[in-house]
Design a binder for this molecule. Sequence first.
Ligand code: UTP
Length: 282
Amino acid sequence: MLRPMKITQAILPVAGLGTRFLPWTKVVPKELLPLGKEPIIAHIVDECMAAGIEDICFVISKGKEKIPEYFYDDPALEEELKRRGKHSLIEPLKRYSKLNFHTVYQRDQLGDGHAILQAKDWVQSDYVAVLFGDDLFTGAKPGIAQLKEVFEHHAKGEGAIVALENVPRENTNRYGIVGIRGEDPTDPRLKIVSEMVEKPDPKDAPSTLGIVGRYIIPRSTFDVLPTVQGSHGGEIRLIDALIAQLAAGMPMYGYACDGTRVDTGTPEGYARALKVFESIGN
Ligand code: UTP
């Protein structure tokens, strides 16, 4: 039996081809596009930091090495800035120095679950956070911090928790949608999930609560992921593993996160995200 414990590790799968951003993504990973003062991926790492998660594993594909590189110390650059008297520029460069970064490769793009599977041997704890780069949260408390807090407090034994957003019914076919069988009386944002359906037709959707880019999963999910290959043209998807675990009786929670979510996964969404971040001066 797994024990509830502190979540200290996060997997950031960023190995996707980014086809919706072609031809840009031939040379620039979409995760390095600027948003406010930082690239998109730095907002995700900041989100981990704000949640007290200091062990981060990037799952990358060939050509995306600049993503982890962005976070590494650069002593030669610091030395040069010192020599030029630009001392104020040095401190911000050290921002990530207390985090532990690790990188693994996903050689073939066989789905988000397959990407997560590449980090299996790196995971030390009973639970691990997963953050997908296309969804960003603005607001006082970032999405993963909200999940972590509620999960560490409520989960007993094995289980998983997903971030939820109430989406327009006509858009349910773009999300994993959950059915719920109750909510926590002390915190109605915390839902007990009874079913999960990937991209249902609006008329078939069990609710309008869509899963958005943040998860805390138990280590057992890594054993289930290889068994769900093939349901989507040979891809392994995280949601299919969670659906299988839910069917096998694993408790599943959802948390309707507070704050605004922006989707940077499409050029249109990215354009909107630029405006949101400009308006909050980030
Ligand atoms: P998406 O489904 O958005 O795919 O992946 P994508 O490649 O990023 O973008 P499009 O759809 O081709 O435009 C969701 C997340 O899962 C990662 C992506 O990098 C993204 O963070 N992913 C997806 C992988 O790491 N590997 C995969 O095989 C698929």
